[in-house]
Design a protein around this ligand. Structure first.
Ligand code: ADP
Ligand code: MG
Length: 782
């Protein structure tokens, strides 16, 4: 019988030959997978695991796994020579890269050593490959190079301190106010008091002895330094060199995923990835941008401000470049044959005459733009942008009516079931009296009702169907779909989606996200844009009041007064980006808190952990006035109408972006009564105050967006939450006009010489473009 050593050698030899022959899977008859499935593979389960699915891997991946397998085999040989070596405890399904070993840029994260469960954690953040991690930039940076000397910090100064929790206590100086005091000892023996107001959920993170890094503003009481904390980070290791003593990136995270872990993952990824530049040197020179490796390192681990700044310039340039390339490339086939409608003036008049109001001038203008599209041959792809309540749905209803009058069916897709129901009710109001048959199709319906609706749609017995996006995903067969209206769609998904719609209907998208016109073209790309920039007459503008949280009780006194008058109120809790568990905890505690200070009010809770069905249920009951105050995390952002709700209270308003505040405020003012928005702000900077003042001073979404852009310094608008454009993580649309133009110039230049990016020199660029299109953020919306 063959010894294990002999078997090992019999396995090793073909694998080594396969590696030498360039990993084409041609050396072993039947392929590597067959070889391993044979009895020869039996004694080597680890090798089998490592090489599992070899035939399906790319050449690069094959090379890596082969090397790992060969290493495993020779390790086995050594282990035999020294038989008592303890086995490594953890077995991993996929071998991770040895230090210094390069992985292909699209290697799955299981191949990167990120510690136990690391790859899975990253996956929950939507990061799957090395590339994803490299491009998951910090949303901001913190200067932790020289932590301040506590004896000479100044009142109001923003500082970052590191240390250990040595004491904590909580107090409630007055009802409805909770103060958490924590004492921190710094490595040099100094002491800092940190305070949190009305954020009881923070307490859990602060065990005694925990190593923490705090950023906040200094308040001095005699010799005591107190910090109003804006950012809190707990560390496993107080000395971690990636998290202290340098400029440190702060990443988007989630529960159970620490900043420390994310920094380590980024560090490993940078070390393992081939950072070959896809832009040739002469172009980099011409456009004055640094090389890719320098940029990626500088984004995650900048040596100094200059490094960070040139890193950001380069990566931002790239984002626009790829965006422009994609748009230019897509442009080729975007002229799709669509429906051709008559869209008769008579029909428009008939629709308007059935309305209880007249269209505003803005609605009329937009309707003209839409009907122009509808009459043409080309498939319409138009975005109607307008503030909440500006009358987008009424305009869309008119377009649907025109489609129906021309013998087509129409569809209206909403992002949630409750919104679908709301649109259904509205459309029935608009269209019912015009003999248009409107149907509803949502998941909550019984299978029988659904089936019946399917049949009626297929047989043309329904003219307009309202539903969630399942409308086009489930196999709903339309008899003759001519126009699809999509509410609140991620704009970048539209292009893809409209190709999915087999019958090539015209597509109209409605969005309430205000983006100034100057930026809209870049943001929306190839969608035609219509803007409703005027509210219907007779609206009483919402009154907005900004309060410091010391006046919180007063705010709720006002809420109670409204409730006694029969109105209802929304209360939104602090936005906690890092953790939805904490956000939920915050909301739960706030609800309990309010039950104490407003014992007469009926209070219920809505949060993101609820199923869609549970959310709908809570909203339905709120709408039916079964309770008075809806405490909620930010999940109510989407446009549900509760006309009887006249107050919107937003706690910790300083944590929200202006666009978000504006959207939240739009939840009230849907009825006839005067409505109010109360912004309760915790500790915040002068700059934040200025921004909050913008909201207090205006209810016009466009004005707010413009003012917001003007106020922001370069680099402050970061991440997709603000720009709403998944591809632009570093975008600072207010200041990027020049970059956008230069990126477009280069994109055009590239495509003018090589329309399909076929030149071998552009091979990297092409694959980067493809991969970015398929990258996380983009995948989400397709
Ligand atoms: P949006 O979809 O932009 O949020 P809607 O179309 O739902 O706005 O309109 C909001 C409310 O205003 C609805 O109650 C609608 O009936 C009403 N409305 C729409 N257009 C007008 C108008 N021109 N004049 C008066 N009321 C209008
Ligand atoms: Mg709407």
């Amino acid at each position: 019988m063959a010894t294990v050593t002999e078997l090992r050698e019999r396995l090793r030899r073909p694998l080594a030959a396969e590696l030498a022959a360039g990993c084409q899977n041609r050396v072993v008859a039947g392929g590597v997978d067959k070889l391993l499935a044979s009895p020869l593979g039996n004694p080597f389960p680890k090798v089998r695991e490592v090489l599992d699915g070899y035939g399906k891997l790319s050449v690069d991946e094959r090379e890596t796994v082969l090397k790992a397998a060969l290493a495993t085999l020779s390790e086995g040989e050594k282990a035999k020579a020294a038989p008592r070596t303890p086995r490594p405890a953890a077995r991993q399904a996929v071998p991770t890269a040895a230090p210094g070993e390069r992985l292909p840029i699209d290697a799955p994260l299981a191949r990167l050593d990120t510690g136990p469960g690391g790859a899975r954690k990253l996956q929950t953040l939507g990061l799957h490959t090395l590339r994803d991690v490299l491009h998951a930039y910090p949303h901001r940076h913190e200067d932790r190079r020289a932590l301040p000397d506590l004896s000479d910090v100044e009142e109001g100064q923003k500082v970052t301190v590191a240390g250990r929790v040595v004491a904590k206590s909580r107090r409630s100086p007055r009802p409805g106010m909770l103060v958490l005091d924590v004492t921190l000892e710094t490595p040099s023996g100094g002491r800092v008091k940190a305070t949190w107001f009305n954020q009881p959920w923070v307490e859990k993170q602060l065990r005694e002895g925990a190593a923490v890094v705090l950023t906040g503003r200094v308040k001095k009481f005699g010799r005591t330094v107190q910090l109003g904390v804006e950012h809190l980070e707990t560390l496993d290791n107080a000395q971690d060199s990636l998290s202290t003593g340098r400029i440190v990136g702060v990443y988007d995270a989630k529960d159970g995923i620490s900043q420390e872990f994310l920094r380590r993952a980024a560090f490993r990824a940078l070390g393992a990835a081939p950072l070959d530049d896809y832009l040739p040197t002469h172009w980099r020179k011409k456009y004055g941008i640094t090389d890719l490796a320098d940029a990626l390192w500088g984004q995650h681990f900048p040596r100094d401000e200059a490094h960070l700044s040139r890193a950001t310039s380069r990566l931002r340039f790239d984002e626009y470049l790829f965006l422009e390339l994609r748009m230019l490339l897509q442009g080729e086939d975007s002229v799709l044959q669509g429906k051709r409608f008559q869209a008769k003036g008579d029909d428009i008049n008939r629709f308007e005459n059935a309305l209880p109001f007249r269209f505003t001038n803005a609605q009329r203008r937009v309707l003209l733009e839409i009907t122009d599209d509808m009459r043409g041959d080309q498939q319409m792809a138009r975005l109607v942008q307008g503030d909440v309540g500006s009358g987008k749905t009424a305009v869309a209803a008119c377009a649907l009516y025109l489609a129906v009058r021309d013998g087509y069916q129409g569809a209206l897709m909403a992002p949630t079931e409750i919104l679908a129901r709301q649109h259904y009710a509205n459309l029935r109001g608009y269209l019912g009296q015009l003999d248009v048959r409107v149907g509803l199709l949502i998941g909550a319906m019984s299978p029988r009702d659904k089936l019946e609706m399917h049949t009626r749609i297929a047989e043309g017995e329904v003219d307009v169907v309202v539903g969630t996006q399942a409308l086009i995903q489930e196999n709903v067969r339309f008899d003759n779909l001519g126009l699809a209206v999509v509410d609140e769609e991620h704009r970048f998904g539209v292009q893809q989606r409209r190709k999915l719609l087999a019958s090539r209907p015209d597509v109209l998208v409605m969005s309430a996200t205000p983006i100034p016109r100057s930026l809209a073209l870049t943001a929306y790309g190839d969608l035609e844009l219509s803007i409703i920039d005027e509210l219907p007459p007779g609206r009483t503008p919402i009154e907005t009041k900004l309060l410091q949280d010391t006046h919180r009780t007063q705010a709720y006194g006002f809420v109670m007064k409204q409730i006694r008058e029969g109105q209802q109120a929304f209360v939104v809790t602090a936005l906690i980006e890092e953790s939805d568990t904490l956000e939920l905890l915050a909301a739960t505690q706030l609800a309990e808190d309010l039950k104490t200070i407003l014992p007469e009010a009926r209070i219920d809770l809505l949060h993101g952990r609820m199923s869609a069905h549970e959310k709908d249920d809570v909203m339905e009951r709120f709408r039916a006035h079964e309770f008075d105050i809806l405490v909620s995390t930010t999940v109510i952002e989407v446009g549900v109408d509760v006309p009887n709700a006249t107050v919107m209270v937003i706690e910790n308003a300083e944590r929200f972006g202006l666009a978000q505040l504006h959207q939240l405020r739009g939840r009230v003012g849907r009825g006839h009564q005067q409505s109010y928005c109360v912004l309760i702000a915790g500790e915040h900077s002068q700059k934040t105050r200025k921004r909050l003042k913008i909201i207090e001073g205006s209810t016009d979404g466009f004005v707010i967006a413009e003012a917001d852009l003007k106020l922001r310094g370069p680099g402050e608008l970061r991440g997709t939450r603000q720009s709403g454009i998944p591809d632009l993580r570093l975008a600072d649309l207010a200041n990027d006009t020049e970059v956008i133009e230069r990126a477009r110039e280069l994109a055009k230049h590239i495509l003018a010489h090589d329309p399909r990016l076929e030149h071998p020199r552009l091979q990297y660029l092409r694959s980067e473009l493809q991969n970015r299109s398929e990258s996380v953020a983009y995948r989400e919306v397709i």
